[in-house]
Design a protein around this ligand. Structure first.
Ligand code: GRF
Length: 209
């Protein structure tokens, strides 16, 4: 078994895709052992509780500084034995101490084709607003390792999604979630748990057999 902790901040649709995949035996040896929310009351916590997964809330605003917040996250992740940390709609910034504690063991789902529409300030609907503003005809989603640069870690999987005439940010977000995010994240988690992702520098090599 490979223990997975999932960090969330909102509705938890990506978490739900992981829960459903695990239930269907599609995460390989991966098992979600903890869900940590960046704030109380988010629906992702209800999804975890319904699935019988232990939860906790670790809110940045409850700590005087980023270092204390980082230490609290690291302690909680070590306590549940997390071997893979998945950021699934997680909106808090992970400090360098957290990233250094789990090198190439933290993955994130970003709702665009990195390096487009990513980095500081690009999250949630803002990503799709920027894509529509730019007039791109294709967008998509990216799963990548997390390093100290926002959305800068090695890319694991990407999937393209068409932009359609008359798309609103909400409609585009829904299509990217349905056609890309909810497929890519479980697939990337399975590949990691099966030891099929090798990282050389900032490039991944996937040995899907
Ligand atoms: C969505 O914008 C998703 O693209 C991004 O985080 C947001 C919330 O996702 N990864 P979720 O429904 O909480 O998984």
């Amino acid at each position: 078994m490979l223990k997975i902790a999932v960090l969330v901040s909102g509705g938890g649709t990506n978490l739900q895709a992981l829960i459903d995949s695990e239930r269907a035996g599609a995460l390989g040896p991966g098992k979600i052992v903890k869900v940590i929310a960046s704030r109380a009351g988010v629906y992702a916590l209800e999804r975890a509780e319904k699935a019988g997964i232990p939860t906790s809330v670790i809110a940045r605003r409850d700590f005087t500084d980023a270092a204390d917040y980082g230490r609290a996250l690291i302690d909680e992740l070590h306590a549940c034995g997390a071997q893979l940390i998945v950021l699934a709609g997680f909106l808090s910034i992970l400090g360098e101490e957290v990233i250094r504690a789990f090198p190439n063991r933290i993955i994130n789902i970003h709702p665009a084709l990195i390096p487009s529409f990513c980095g500081k300030g690009y999250y949630g609907l803002k990503v799709h607003e920027a894509a529509l503003e730019k007039g791109v005809k294709v967008t998509g989603a990216t799963v990548h390792f997390v390093n100290e640069i926002p959305d800068g870690g090695a890319i694991i999987l990407q999937k393209a999604v068409p932009v359609e005439e008359g798309d609103t940010p909400e409609r585009l977000q829904k299509r990217v979630m349905e056609q890309a995010e909810w497929q890519l994240l479980p697939q990337a988690v399975r590949l990691f748990c099966e030891g099929k992702i090798k990282v050389t520098g900032n490039i991944t090599h996937i040995t899907e057999g």
